[in-house]
Ligand binder design. Structure first.
Ligand code: GUN
Ligand code: FE
Length: 449
């Protein structure tokens, strides 16, 4: 398309953790670069004039009354090579699951034909569910990792992709491991350069990410080298896993006598573009440290239910100033849909709040004031993710990328009453939408579904 256009629609977006904004009809002006140039709400004095002029110029698309715009979702943590096992292999704890299922699968992507098939399928599938930006772990190998960035680029998704570093020979099998710490760092550097070379060829851009899998996979030498890379490439993102499960949280304590968030910080891997998955077992001191650095958490509520032995206390993170976004965490999370993640985020938080063991007295059972509302889960999936990535995405405001999904109230959404309140409409859309009523998806002003 690559020219300016306008859409008149009703829209919802999250202004902050606590505030959803409903635009009860507005005109969104999208510029040639795919950013929101202006939003005129119905209350604007010149609304009718502006509308008329755009109609005469053939530039205005008018959405129907049962159609709504939502910001595209931002999936902050997704293991692309694990896509073929989504929905399977969830019978073991994390440390068993990795060796039994996941490393064998992740080693297959040296076959670039296989990589091409799986990665195209995954990106298309996430687009269907309105995911406009995704932060991916690829595998240990560089070529398929660069290919994943290219595929995101070509299919129009804003992809942030990391070649995974896992070099410790005592922790990783020979068939799925960096040859050495030196090699891991050199391959990471080459990967970053390859992705930076293609980054701007796509309108929505793609980004390389420094990706130590987690402390248990990496030697100190590799972690130090990646910290150096983070200093050299100043604007680059970093991703890893921290304090995910009892086992994983305990590992760093055993190796360093400190929590892994602090250890990563000592290696120079925590800054304002760092995204840490899970983080369920962080202490409040960890939260404060991460908040001070400007880092964010990728809340992965589905996989946490399988692996984490705990629920992330999202509200405690927020109270300590630590920003949180939301993630599918395929395939520890079985679903490619951020809608499923939103629903689980609410459910898990309610179980944390009330507690789950009926043998305990109700006042001993839960962790008070822990439940998050659907509005807040919506924030995590949109504005929280944009804030985490330090990109102008996740909100429908002037200067933000026009990354949106158009949802229709159709058969997927039961509706019997003439008068649903605005917020009821949003809640029905979030809890009941299927990919079938996500009619269109735009990224950086370009239609991708
Ligand atoms: N920790 C290290 N690797 C992984 C992974 O692939 N999935 C999850 N959930 N946790 C991890
Ligand atoms: Fe993960």
């Amino acid at each position: 398309m690559n020219k300016s256009f306008a859409i008149e629609a009703k829209a919802f977006y999250s202004k902050s953790f606590d505030q959803v904004k409903f635009i009860n009809k507005g005109i969104f002006l999208i510029n040639e670069d795919g950013f929101i140039e202006e939003i005129y709400e119905k209350s604007h004095a010149a609304y009718d004039e502006i509308r008329q002029k755009l109609l005469e110029d053939g530039k205005l698309r008018v959405l129907a009354d049962d159609e709504y715009i939502l910001p595209g979702f931002i999936d902050l943590h997704n293991h692309a090579p694990q896509w073929p096992q989504a929905g399977t292999a969830l019978d073991s704890p994390l440390e068993v699951w990795l060796g039994k299922y996941t490393f064998p699968l992740e080693s297959k992507y040296r076959d670039l034909e296989f990589a091409n098939m799986v990665y195209r399928d995954l990106v298309k599938e996430t687009l269907k569910f309105g995911t406009t930006t995704a932060m991916y772990f690829s595998s240990v190998d560089r070529a398929p990792s660069t290919l994943l960035a290219q595929i995101c680029g070509t299919l129009g998704q804003r992809g942030l992709v990391g070649k995974v570093v896992m070099d410790d020979p005592t922790a990783n099998p020979d068939y799925c491991r960096d040859k050495s710490a030196k090699d891991a760092i050199e391959e990471s550097r080459l990967f970053i350069d390859e992705v930076l070379a293609i980054k701007d060829t796509y309108k929505q851009k793609v980004y390389p990410v420094i990706t130590p899998r987690f402390i248990p996979s990496c030697s100190d030498e590799a972690l130090e080298g990646l910290g150096e890379l983070a200093k050299t490439y100043k604007d680059i993102h970093i991703q890893s896993h921290v304090s995910e499960s009892d086992w994983e949280h305990g590992y760093a304590i055993e190796r360093y006598g400190i929590h892994d968030a602090t250890a990563l910080d000592k290696f120079g891997l925590i800054n304002e573009r760092t995204i840490l998955a899970h983080a369920c077992h962080l202490s409040e001191e960890d939260m404060k440290l991460l908040a001070e650095r400007g880092a964010s958490i990728a809340h992965s509520p589905i996989s946490n239910a399988y692996f984490a032995n705990a629920v992330l206390p999202v509200k405690t993170c927020q109270e300590n100033g630590l920003n949180v976004g939301l993630a599918t965490d395929i395939s520890g999370g079985y679903s490619p849909s951020m809608y499923t993640a939103i629903r689980q985020a609410v459910i898990s938080s309610r179980m944390l709040n009330d507690g789950v063991d009926p043998a305990l007295a109700s006042d001993k059972r839960g962790r008070k004031d822990s439940s998050i509302t659907l509005n807040r889960a919506f924030y995590l999936a949109t504005a929280g993710g944009g804030k985490a990535l330090k990109l102008p995405i996740g909100k429908l405001e002037k200067g933000y990328a026009f990354d949106i999904q158009i949802l229709k109230i159709d058969e997927a959404i039961p509706h019997f009453y003439e008068e649903l309140s605005d917020i009821d409409v949003l809640h029905k859309l979030l809890l009941l939408s299927e990919s079938s009523n996500i009619k269109e998806v735009y990224i950086q002003g370009e239609r991708v579904k």
